[in-house]
Structure formats: C-alpha cells, structure tokens
Design a protein. Structure first.
Lengths: 287, 171
C-alpha cells in the first residue's frame, strides 16, 4: 500500500490540488441552509486563508489602480495650473471690462436722463492731486474735440469739476475738491441755496454761504442750482454732513461728502452744451 | 527553490491581474475582461514540473478568485484543470513557438471561461445562472489574451526563469 502511494504520490498530490478547490467552491456556492457539516468545516478552514488572500490581492490591485490613475498626474497638474493662471488673467481682464462697462452705463444713463445737454465722453489719463496745490485730473479730450474752459465735467454719480485748461488733445479738469472750486448748490429737500467749496484734498468739501435760518440737515442731498453760470441745474454734488451752527453770525457751516469719489475717476462726461442757467436777478445774485 | 518560483509566479499573476484590469478599463471601458494570468498557466503547463506546476496553478487560481470576487475555489480548480489540460495538449501541439503558445492560450482561456460558466450554472438557481451568450464575450477575451500571450511568456521567462525541463505528460 505504501509502495503504491509512493509510486503515485505525484498524481495523488495533483488530484488533491484539483479536488480541494472544487470542494471549497461547492461549499461556498451552496445555499447556507443546504450546507452539510463537511461544507461548514471546509468553510471554517478556508475562511482565514480566504480573508488573508483577499486582503493582499485587493490591497495590491487597489494600489496598482491608484498608481495607474496617477500616471501623468504631474503633467496634468502643470497643465491645469497653466490653465488656471490663464483663466485668472482672463477673469481679471473681464472684471476690469465689467467695471468699465458699469461705469460707462451709468455715464450713459446720466447722459440720457439729461437730453438737453450734449456731452463728450473722456477718459482720465492723468491726475495731479497735490494736498497743497491744485486738484486736477487730465482727460484725453481737448480743444480739437470741442472742449473749452469752464465747461462742466460730470460722471455717472454727479459733478466732477470744470475744465480748467485746454490743449489740443487733452484738458485739465479742476476737481470740486480743489480750494479754487466753488459750486452753487441747492439743498434738494428744502431748496435752500449755498456754495460748495473744495478744501484741497480728496476728503469732504465745505458748505459756504448757507444762511443760518436755512433748513439744513445732515444727510441732505445737494444739487447744482444752475446759478453759477457753469453747471446746469440739478446735478448731484454731494451729501451734507456735520452741520455746525455757531451762536452768532449770518451763516451756518457744514461739510459735504462729494457724490463723486475723485480718487476713482476713470471716465467722465464733459458737458459741451447745456440748458441756460436761470437768469432771474435773484438767481444771478445768489451764490 | 520550487517554493520561491511558485511565489514569483503568484506575484507575477498578481501583476498580470492588475495589468489586465487596467488595460480592460483603459481600452474597453470594462466592456471586456482580460485574463492575462491564463497564459501564465499555459507557460507553467509547458515548462514546470507536475506537482510544482499544479501547486502554482492553485495559488494563481486563489489569487484570481480573490481578485474576481466570485465564490472561492472556482478559478483555483479551473487553473489546475487548465494546467493539466495544457500539459496533455502540449505534446500534440507545436507549442514552442509564439503562434503555438498563443493558440494554447486561446484554448485555455476558452476552457476557463466555459468551465466557469458551466460550474456556476450548475450551482446557481436558474434565474441567477449565467447565460450561454457570455461565451461570445469569452471568445473575444480569448482572442485578446492569445494576442498578448507571447508578451506574458516573455515576462514569465524574465521574472520566474526557465524551470527545469521535463517531458510533458509523462509524470
């Protein structure tokens, strides 16, 4: 018997190697309720091996899949980084264009709201805002485009200033914040008259010649009165802040926050023709 | 030494399983499978000793079972069956060349596929049993495996090395 086993040991080994997996397969495939004691024994014996092999194989395959998925990831990352930079630049440009578009739309809306006035659009190409000197911006339109001294300059928000000096293709605009700028205004709510004078800086302007008896409150909107011979009536100038009434004197004082932020000016409208200012004697005398 | 070679075969089978899955995903989007481990069985059937080869075939089959996620033992049994069938057929087929090896790989893949369907149908309830139409898919897989089989053999020789030759079918 032993000799027989020894003689056919290889065949027996192969037979065992073939039959055992088949037995394991049938034990696994059988419905749990149909499993015999032998099936359960086989499952109990092979389960740890199965788990270990499964863990090793699944881990290896997952690792390989991850490695395969990461192939070319660096090149892709560089490519995406370039794309992101390009899109950021493009986005910045689009934001600029959108901002410009919004400003121009406001300017256009302003121009449309005042059909009696003809304006020329101009782009700010230079600024000179010396705290102790002139507060000027230079625009890219000049005498060749029909600009003349003292023409009112506005933006979508309101009064910017007036044309100060003109050359062929450019002009300097004296801002309403300049000390030499004085604009005749009315309180929109009470129609009280006054003057707005710049203080030489981009901050608040000063309200002058507002009679002490006039109805003036903080937050009141100021518009041009049209009585200074420069600005047509009704243009927004600013908002009243810090009203001060002294115990004596004819006038009350206040600060005015300009409607236009002169530090952010980019496009303006030069009003080359406008409806005439009121010519009544009272209006002419008034500030 | 035989145990070390068996370990190398198992590791190579693992790599081939991963490669097959990746190729199948990349080329066919999972429309077909690619059992690149079957040519490894063919190579063992041609080159390895009976017991060493059968043991390695079981190990490869166990790994394939784990990777396939099917019932344990199915591919292990079919691997041994495939290994023995190749040993039996090798004498009849001129299998030393690339063409002969590819033909054997084709036949082995068909055998494994057919065996898997038959055995699964045998143990499954009728409504869950795999259909015979799957044989078309198996045939496509067998053709692809046959095309890639020489590369697998080249890899097996480089990784595992030439086992001691013996006349197939005599043991």
């Amino acid at each position: 018997m032993l000799a027989l086993l020894k003689r056919y040991r290889e065949l027996l080994a192969v037979a065992v190697l073939a039959v055992v997996p088949l037995g394991v397969f049938f034990a696994h495939a059988r419905h749990p309720s149909d499993r015999t004691a032998l099936d359960r024994l086989v499952l109990a014996a092979t389960s740890p091996i199965e788990k270990a092999v499964d863990w090793a194989v699944t881990g290896t395959l997952d690792g390989f899949r991850s490695w395969a998925a990461l192939r070319g990831a660096r090149e892709r990352a560089v490519e995406l980084s370039r794309e992101v930079n390009r899109l950021r630049t493009e986005n910045d440009a689009l934001v600029q264009i959108r901002g410009e578009n919004e400003r121009l739309e406001r300017l256009l809306a302003f121009a449309r709201s005042r059909p009696a006035e003809r304006g020329i659009g101009a782009r700010v190409i230079g600024t000179r805002m010396d705290p102790k000197g002139l507060q000027l911006v230079t625009v890219d339109r000049g005498a060749d485009d029909g600009l003349r001294r003292m023409m009112p300059v506005v933006s979508g928000e309101g009064v910017v200033g007036r044309v100060h000096t003109v050359s062929g293709r450019s002009a300097d605009v004296l801002l309403l914040t300049d000390r030499n700028s004085s604009i005749a205004v009315r309180v929109d709510r009470s129609r009280a008259r006054a003057n707005v004078r710049g203080q030489g800086g981009p901050g608040p302007a000063r309200l002058e010649h507002a009679l002490r008896s006039d109805d003036l409150l903080e937050g009141d909107a100021l518009v041009t009165s049209g009585t200074d011979g420069v600005f047509p009536r009704g243009l927004p100038v600013g908002t009243v802040t810090r009203v001060r009434r002294a115990g004596y004197g004819l006038y009350q004082a206040a600060e005015v926050v300009p409607a236009v932020d002169v530090n952010r000016l980019e496009e303006v409208l030069v009003l080359v023709s406008s409806d005439p200012a009121p010519t009544s004697p009272a209006a002419a005398k008034a500030p | 030494m035989a145990a070390f070679r068996t370990l190398l075969v198992v590791l190579l089978a693992l790599v081939l399983l991963a490669l097959g899955a990746s190729l199948s995903h990349l080329l066919g989007g999972g429309a077909f499978s690619l059992s690149l481990w079957v040519p490894l069985l063919v190579w063992m059937g041609l080159e390895a000793g009976l017991v060493e080869g059968a043991a390695a075939a079981v190990a490869v089959g166990v790994v394939a079972d784990a990777a396939a996620g099917g019932p344990m033992g199915l591919l292990a049994f079919l691997s041994v069956a495939c290994f023995l069938a190749v040993r039996a057929a090798a004498a009849a087929v001129g299998s030393r060349g690339a063409v002969g090896f590819s033909l054997l790989a084709f036949a082995a893949t068909m055998l494994v596929g057919l065996g898997a369907i038959v055995l699964t149908r045998y143990v499954s309830p009728a409504e869950a049993a795999p259909r015979w139409s799957l044989m078309g898919r198996v045939a496509v897989e067998a053709i692809l495996v046959a095309v890639l089989a020489p590369a697998v053999r080249w890899l097996a020789i480089r990784v595992v090395g030439e086992p001691p030759r013996e006349e197939p079918g005599l043991s």
